[in-house]
Design a protein around this ligand. Structure first.
Ligand code: SF4
Length: 150
């Protein structure tokens, strides 16, 4: 059994030369919008999220966070998160999980062409826009998706 301490101890002294700051905001991982306190540390290379905790003064969650909200830091720093669009590798079959990274311009051009093709071949009513989480809170997606709808 490991006796190592936690990866991050929010009560520990700040690293020498670094500053810490706590920002009060809400969790964006689902529609509940629980109140959170985000602990930031700046060691000279810009502020980085180090810890997220529930805000006990928030009227909705009163300091309680679910597992997803507690792991919100992974949304920022997980090495597994996607940072570029992926397209299926040419020649790979659907379900083969073979992808290549492409630029945003190429990805948007490809998606736009596919959507226009659906409209041309099947009419405007062939497209639907599902506005669930997290798009529900994304004004950009809400506005631009309208351009494909009749
Ligand atoms: S802490 Fe959990 S329940 Fe609350 S907003 Fe975040 S994801 Fe939703």
């Amino acid at each position: 059994m490991s006796t190592a301490g936690p990866l991050h101890d929010p009560a520990a002294d700040a690293l020498p030369g670094s500053t810490t700051e706590v920002k009060t905001t809400t969790c964006y991982m689902c529609a509940c919008r629980c109140g959170i306190r985000v602990h930031l540390r700046d060691s000279g290379d810009g502020p980085q999220v180090r810890y997220i905790e529930g805000n006990p003064e928030h009227p909705l969650n009163k300091g309680i966070l679910c597992a997803k909200g507690s792991s919100g830091i992974m949304k920022q720093y997980s090495p597994a998160r996607l940072t570029k669009p992926l397209m299926r590798r040419p020649g790979a079959a659907r379900g083969d999980s073979q992808f290549v990274e492409v630029g945003w311009d190429e990805a948007f051009a490809d998606i736009g062409e596919r959507l226009r093709r659906v409209q041309r071949e099947h009419g405007c009513d062939a497209l639907a826009f599902c506005q669930g989480n997290p798009v529900m809170h994304n004004y950009g997606a809400s506005i631009y998706a309208q351009s494909f709808l009749p």
